[in-house]
Design a protein around this ligand. Structure first.
Ligand code: ZN
Length: 326
């Protein structure tokens, strides 16, 4: 479904719901305190009279408008007094908005409101593959049986190694607000890196954190579009800002991007800004440490190895094992 279209529908539903709730509050109070209904009706009539006076511009229109406005004010004060003396908040019969800035229209000052941008970001994830992956992949679904007990490298079995990594990931989510940890998932494909990334993303999104989960190529593409594709209306400054400021940025598949001067500039600036702002990141890569240092400049490798906890995934490709078991 077209994203702009479904966001517009979402606003329509919000407005509809708030309108219905207001009607309900009105019907309840009007029958209880009929004077309130009279006041509201008179306020509507006054509003119309003011508009008419302004448009028809009679000689003494200023004085007339002021008189009508004074009458409006008196009625509003009377209404507020009735409400408070009956133990209702004085704005009880006003429309409630989910967002006061744009009054649930999505736009303020001819610009997308910040609540609209947030919805776009949410939609991005709902509509991306992550939405489907996350339904299947979360901490509870973790399949320990695919990891061998046999001790290999570093005197540890893949299963023992995975237990340590798994615990780090669970703690990362649990202590998210109190820690300043970045994690680098390193290891061959098919060892559960993506699985753990999406489990972390899911649990944090569930508690209302903003998470962006993108491959490195997608991230670079977003910045490229913002900087050079002026026709593109989808990616604006606020959108780009999320990459630098969202609660968690997960960069998937580092090392698969086309390596250019621009890509390394973008990568460095994302890493650097987020580290400076104490914003957490998880990077996942199939490269080993030697390959890593060959591909990336010193300033990028020093940012990553200096500011990230490196977690090395060990074992055989579990996706192959899964096929064997089926
Ligand atoms: Zn808004």
């Amino acid at each position: 479904m077209n994203r702009a279209y479904s966001i517009a529908e979402e606003y329509e539903r919000i407005r509809e719901k708030n309108k219905n709730e207001l009607e309900y509050r009105k019907s309840l109070l009007y029958s209880k305190i009929p004077r309130l209904k009279e006041i509201d009706e008179e306020l509507i009539k006054l509003g119309i009279d003011i508009t008419k006076t302004i448009l028809s511009k009679p000689e003494n229109s200023d004085i007339l408008v002021r008189e009508l406005q004074n009458r409006q004010l008196d009625l509003k004060i009377e209404k507020a007094e009735i409400l408070t003396s009956n133990n209702y908040p004085k704005d009880y019969l006003n429309m409630k908005y989910n967002c006061n800035t744009c009054k649930d229209t999505g736009f303020a000052d001819n610009k997308k409101c910040s609540c609209y941008i947030q919805k776009e970001i949410n939609h991005l994830y709902v509509q991306s593959d992550l939405g489907d992956i996350m339904k299947k992949e979360n901490f509870e679904q973790f399949r320990w049986e695919y990891y061998s007990d046999e001790i290999i490298d570093d005197n540890i079995s893949p299963k023992e190694n995975m237990k340590l990594i798994y615990k780090k990931c669970v703690d990362f989510v649990k202590d998210f607000d109190d820690i300043n940890t970045n994690m680098l998932f390193i290891g061959r494909p098919g060892l559960g890196k993506t699985f753990l990334c999406s489990s972390i993303a899911k649990d944090l999104l569930d508690v209302g954190k903003s998470v962006i989960y993108k491959t490195v190529s997608d991230l670079i593409d977003i910045v490229r579009k913002y900087k050079f594709d002026f026709e593109n209306e989808e990616i604006n400054e606020q959108y780009l800002d999320e990459i630098y400021n969202c609660d968690l940025l997960i960069i998937d598949d580092l090392g698969t991007e086309l390596s250019t001067q621009f890509s390394s500039l973008v990568l460095y600036s994302i890493l650097n800004k987020r580290i400076q702002n104490n914003k957490k990141m998880i990077i996942s890569t199939n490269l080993d440490i030697d390959e890593f240092t060959k591909i990336y400049s010193d300033r990028i490798t020093s940012r990553i190895f200096g500011c990230f906890d490196t977690l090395e995934f060990l074992g055989e490709d579990i996706r192959l094992k899964m096929h064997k078991l089926i």
